[in-house]
Design a protein around this ligand. Structure first.
Ligand SMILES: C[S@@+](CC[C@H](N)C(=O)[O-])C[C@H]1O[C@@H](n2cnc3c(N)ncnc32)[C@H](O)[C@@H]1O
Length: 427
């Protein structure tokens, strides 16, 4: 189901299908959101191409023995360039929930790591590689295409780990590692889990180097969604225009809605804003997922509001789980949202997916805050829902054709006989 033909001017808005249409507004420039790897500045980038910072490894496999890797586009160059800035690494490393959970996961899996070979996909400053070396890894290949790899190499040297941690400055798709590896570690999750499209590179590393039965950390990831009521946010950005220093500026409201709610918003919400239990949009088993499955993800959902409230949109968040292959069975059967298990079953409506007691890093509104926060897709106009009222529809997340790092969000929702469509792009 697509937006109606009246939607010209490139406006991808929210179409209320069976009632009067939202007026067509021209798309305006947006406030720049601080973004993990989302910078669009195409300056700089991979000046070194596949520079190997480390002098530790020997000759490379001839390129002709391999399938050719996907091209590194200007957008990819800009993406890697954004990771050369110290601020983004500072923010990630200072996110204690993130960094400490990874460290704990590495230490919990020490028996899989000790004396083994590890690849760190997107090593950044090298922090996870160093944790793996501390856990007794025989060798860690720390791969990053961003110039931050130069600093990672310095950090490795300064910590006396150059004999164990080999920094490779290049894309995982391009660098050569002349042995199979036992473990892959990566912090690949973007906002709303799939933004940034980095998981594809982890899959590439898995398919190129991981031994059968090898460990991938994290092992699983699950994206959730839930309807929310957030009147404060709405009144702060929209109702504000009703009375400005005694002047009726409500003529500004339509523009304010367009500017505030056109794109998904990364922000922290409290658990109280959530109207009912979340549903699973996508569950990922990192051992088996295929790159093609990530091109487009569709899930149907059906919520029953637990209270009477104005509904302002949907919140999305994710968790990742760190478990070894033998422990995976339980977790996989719980949250299999978009593909094999219907999202309409009670069993699918879990706040957390941790039945196997595996370590979980959660970005839910009720978990300790992380730099990912939650991602909200706001409606332009709230819809009033009664207690037990059903809200149902579907969501499709697809890689943008314009730039695969961007994500198109197609949201359909119906309630009380009214249907809507909202299209947005996470840039
Ligand atoms: C989210 S950061 C994680 C950095 C570090 N592992 C940490 O936990 O602090 C992701 C890193 O992966 C790198 N990266 C993304 N895709 C890559 C690819 N295909 N090949 C090599 N590096 C990649 C980025 O440049 C970035 O430094």
């Amino acid at each position: 189901m697509q937006s109606g033909g009246d939607y010209t001017n490139g406006f991808h808005g929210e179409l209320q299908r069976d009632e009067k249409q939202v007026p067509v507004l021209s798309a305006l420039g947006r406030a720049k959101r601080r973004s993990r790897g989302g910078a669009r500045d195409p300056r700089g980038g991979l000046t070194n191409g596949e520079l190997r910072v480390s002098d530790q490894i020997s000759e490379q496999k001839p390129l002709e023995t391999q399938e050719s890797p996907p091209p590194c586009t200007d957008f990819d160059v800009a993406y890697f360039h954004s990771y050369a800035h110290v601020g983004i690494h500072e923010e990630m490393i200072k996110d204690r929930s993130r960094t400490e959970t990874y460290r704990e996961a590495i230490m919990q899996h020490q028996s899989f790591i000790q004396g083994k070979v590890v690849v760190d996909v997107g090593c950044g400053t090298g922090i996870l590689s160093i944790f793996c070396a501390q856990a007794g890894a025989k060798r860690v290949y720390a791969v990053d295409a961003s110039d931050i790899a130069v600093q990672a190499n310095e950090v490795v040297k300064a910590n006396g780990l150059s004999d164990k941690v080999i920094v490779l400055h290049g894309r995982v798709e391009d660098v050569e590692i002349d042995e199979e590896v036992d473990v892959i570690i990566s912090e690949w999750m973007g906002y709303m889990l799939l933004y940034e499209s980095m998981l594809g590179s982890v899959i590439t590393a898995r398919d190129r180097w991981l031994k059968p039965g090898g460990l991938i950390l994290p092992s699983h990831a699950t994206l959730y969604m839930a309807p929310i009521s957030h009147p404060d946010r709405y009144s702060h950005s929209i109702d504000f225009w009703r009375n400005v220093y005694g002047i009726d500026m409500s003529a500004m409201m339509q523009l304010a809605k367009q500017c505030a709610f056109e794109e998904p918003s990364v922000e922290s919400i409290s658990g109280e804003t959530v109207l009912t239990w979340p549903e699973v949009v996508k569950h990922i088993d990192c051992q088996t997922i295929k790159i093609q499955e990530l091109d487009s993800v569709t899930a149907r959902y059906k919520f029953k509001s637990m209270m009477r409230a104005p509904m302002h949109g949907f919140a999305f968040w994710f968790d990742v789980e760190f478990s070894e292959p033998a422990k995976n069975t339980n977790a996989t059967s719980v949250a299999n949202g978009s593909s094999s298990v219907s999202p309409f079953t009670e069993g699918n409506q879990k706040k957390r997916s941790n039945p196997s007691d595996a370590l979980v890093l959660s970005t839910s509104p009720e978990s300790p805050p992380t730099h990912w926060q939650q991602t909200i897709v706001y409606f332009y106009d709230p819809i009033d829902v009664e207690q037990d009222q059903v809200i149902e529809g579907s969501v499709t997340l697809s890689q943008s054709k314009e730039n695969r790092r961007f994500m198109n969000i197609h949201l359909e929702y119906s309630s009380a006989g009214r249907s809507f469509v909202k299209e947005s792009v996470m840039r």
